[in-house]
Design a binder for this molecule. Sequence first.
Ligand SMILES: Nc1nc2nc(S)n(CCO)c2c(=O)[nH]1
Length: 158
Amino acid sequence: MNKSYIALGTNIEPRDFYLSEALNLLEAHEAIAIQKRSSIYETAPVGYVEQDDFLNMVIEIQTLLEPYDLLETIQGIEQKLGRTRDVRFGPRTIDLDILLYNQESSTDEQLTIPHPRMHERAFVLVPLAEIAEEEIVQFGKTAQELLEELPQRDVETV
Ligand SMILES: Nc1nc2nc(S)n(CCO)c2c(=O)[nH]1
């Protein structure tokens, strides 16, 4: 059995629906079991800032899928929930990113693990720290320090 951490993000309404539907579709997959869910954080957009605030969270899953099959599965869920890629860093109904997969690393163009930008993103590190303290220590910051970096909106919890 493999352990993986997936980041979820959405900034197109109804954001709550897209988030909960993505979780339902992941849980319904016979080879995926959600083990932990972080709180849901409302965060200001990073990078391409002319867009609405996001809801972000991170989940821990156990999966029988190998990395590429997991990638294909989450891309299928994105498509099912109407994800379009008109603007590379633009608004999206749902975004699913593989952050970590066991202790593996891969630098392939199509699938880079650990996620190449996760260490730059408080909207990823804070929810990850909430559910995976042992993994976050590698980045040398406590969850509280990361939370203080997060551009604060109302931090919502599930
Ligand atoms: N706060 C926040 N800003 C973002 N900018 C981009 S691109 N994204 C999409 C990340 O893949 C986000 C996001 O999920 N949350």
